[in-house]
Design a protein around this ligand. Sequence first.
Ligand code: HEC
Ligand code: HEC
Ligand code: HEC
Length: 155
Amino acid sequence: MRALRNIFAATLFLVGAAVLSLASAARAEDGAGRTPAPHPPRAQGEHCVADTAFMRRNHMLMMFDHRKEAVHQGVRTPQFSLAGCVSCHAVKGEDGKPVSFASEKHFCRSCHSYAAVQIDCFECHASRPEAPKQAVDAGGADIDKLAAYLRETKQ
Ligand code: HEC
Ligand code: HEC
Ligand code: HEC
């Protein structure tokens, strides 16, 4: 009887150990280090326009919806505007100014580069907070300068 109880106890111990080692293997699997994980830079403000976990998964659907409403139905919810996203999620470059989408540090590229997602939004939309109005030298036919300025502010 005692032997039987010992066998039972030993079996319980073995099963327990197997479960524990499986659990730690699973942890190592999604743990840092093995594969490079995206690290989105911290945003300004306390909260996103929706729950962070929801945003992580659904921001694209939300923006597509909002765009449809804004462009086709004229409904504007400034809360979900692209200008809002790039304003709170602005990342400063070495010069202390917000980087544009051309920089790998841009918030919207932090995961996309990792997930191999390509977006064209910033071909038309500004990818950083509105730059303070810069005086463009209008004193002459300095078209190149103006074109360069427009290219720069578009990014
Ligand atoms: C009022 C400021 C604000 C605005 C506007 C804003 N966000 Fe956020 N967002 C945050 C904060 C704060 C978090 C929480 C995580 C953090 O601190 O970086 C966050 C988190 C996120 C995350 C998850 C990041 C992660 O760490 O996994 C995504 C994706 C995101 N926002 C996309 C957007 C998009 C797209 C828009 C525009 C529709 C937007 N946000 C507008 C402040 C903002
Ligand atoms: C070919 C140029 C172009 C491209 C590319 C483009 N947009 Fe737009 N988008 C516009 C124009 C024009 C408007 C309407 C004018 C406005 O509201 O500023 C607009 C409006 C919007 C709006 C509603 C206005 C706002 O910001 O709240 C959203 C949201 C939006 N676009 C999101 C996107 C997203 C997301 C992408 C990328 C998947 C994208 N757009 C790509 C030109 C473009
Ligand atoms: C937390 C990580 C993360 C951040 C930060 C992030 N994205 Fe994404 N985004 C993704 C992932 C992952 C996908 C692909 C989802 C899929 O394919 O279902 C995606 C897809 C998209 C798509 C749809 C692309 C397509 O053609 O289907 C758009 C548009 C988009 N993101 C816009 C943005 C914008 C704008 C920002 C910055 C304001 C941003 N994302 C920041 C992770 C992120």
